[in-house]
Ligand binder design. Structure first.
Ligand code: PLP
Length: 387
């Protein structure tokens, strides 16, 4: 049976061109970038090339890029690094109720250390109001961290507007752009951000490689202590193959992103139109238009998301029922609860995310299978019987 992957928001396969670019750096060009011999210099050159490629892609300067192990590390670095550097200035941080755990958990950690955190709400589409962010700022606020697009419901936030407010108030602004870099245009100046997190495995690069953009002049303490790699901002021997792969993935996204986004948005809009026509009592989660081109998220009443996933998997279709990081827990997604869904409806959610190798036929196959699965599961559901 051919397997169809519709879970690109969880992770993407590496592009074969990325693997090809990485390969020599495992074998012949394997040097430690901190070594002064030619092996080391060859590695250093490859790292600096990737840094330049990424900087150019984001509208940043190469020295504003710090390579990390991925989105989680970049988010932790931004939050804990700024909190530590500015703790004498203030102890207040603003974030949202729908952030990924890579942001919300460091916030909880900082709360235990004496920081105070305001979690701004979202509307029923998962949108944050810039006015709410503005109203939350006080004279102790040192950082605002709002994600660019949500990993579950795909809603894209008004980051440029929030950034403008942060700039006017002299507060640092971080965005978790893990779901957007490589998929939609991301420019640090247009978005008015001081810090931005990204991760290679979300855009056809390798797992375990990412970066934090840090605007020149931003006060931030190091988070990994050890050697003086990355100009003393992030210790540890460079992940040479990962960084080379990240650079190649960026180059491929630059070439392909616009066309891919257009194609995926057409598939997305077709699913958004067809699913409610084929299945009764389904509700779209996230914003109807301000959403990632590859994201569809529905709540399907009277059934459990996990049952849908298992049934889809038996037919060769891989999707998700929330973020991969929380889908093993029985608690409903904090994002779905935040947009106002009841526990019952939140439990019946299905996320479909498409990518570089998704074909129209894959989506048609899903449209063929899903109504049958829902009928079957509803027929067994006591909730449906008693409705
Ligand atoms: N932030 C968002 C929005 C994500 O979707 C993810 C991964 O799912 C992360 C952070 C964590 O990134 P990584 O897996 O690279 O640590």
């Amino acid at each position: 049976m051919e397997r169809i992957y519709l879970d690109y928001a969880a992770t993407t396969p590496c592009d074969p061109e990325v693997v090809k670019a990485m390969e020599p750096y495992f074998f012949t060009k394997f040097g430690n970038a901190s070594s002064i011999h030619s092996f080391g210099q060859e590695a250093k050159k490859a790292i600096e090339d990737s840094r330049e490629t990424l900087a150019l892609f984001l509208g940043a300067k190469p020295e504003e890029i710090v390579f990390t192990s991925g989105g989680t590390e970049s988010d932790n670095f931004a939050l804990k690094g700024v909190a530590s550097a500015l703790e004498k200035k203030g102890n207040h941080i603003i974030t949202s109720v729908i952030e990924h755990h890579a942001v919300s958990e460091p916030c909880k950690f900082l709360e235990k250390k004496g920081f105070s955190v305001t979690y701004v709400p979202v509307d029923k589409f998962g949108l944050i109001s810039p006015d709410d962010v503005k109203a939350a700022i006080n004279n102790k606020t040192i950082l605002i961290s709002i994600m660019h697009a949500n990993n579950e419901i795909g809603t894209i936030q008004p980051i440029a507007e929030i950034g403008k407010i942060a700039k006017e108030k002299g507060v640092y602004f971080h965005t978790d752009a893990v779901q957007t870099v490589g998929h939609i245009p991301v420019n640090v100046n247009e978005l008015n951000v001081d810090l931005l997190s990204l991760s290679a495995h979300k855009f056809y690069g390798p797992k375990g490689a990412g970066a934090l953009y840090i605007r020149k002049g931003t006060r931030i303490d190091r988070f990994m202590h050890g050697g003086d790699q990355e100009k003393g901002r992030r210790a540890s021997t460079h992940n040479l193959t990962g960084i080379v792969g990240l650079g190649k993935a960026v180059n491929l996204s630059r070439e392909k992103m616009d066309k891919e986004a257009k194609f995926q948005a057409a598939l997305r809009d077709n699913l958004i139109k067809e699913i409610p026509e084929k299945i009764k009592e389904v509700y779209l989660n996230g914003h109807p238009t301000k959403r990632l081109p590859n994201n569809v998220n529905f709540s399907i009443k009277y059934i459990e998301g996990e049952s849908i996933l298992l049934s889809l998997d038996m037919l060769g279709l891989a999707a998700s029922t929330g973020s991969a990081c929380t889908s093993s827990s029985l608690e409903p997604s904090h994002v779905l609860l935040a947009i106002g869904l009841s526990h019952e409806i939140a439990h019946g959610s299905l996320r479909i995310t498409m990518g570089r190798w998704t074909k129209e036929g894959d989506v048609n196959y899903l449209l063929e299978c899903l109504p049958r699965i829902v009928d079957k599961l509803r027929a067994m559901s006591p909730l449906y019987e008693n409705k």
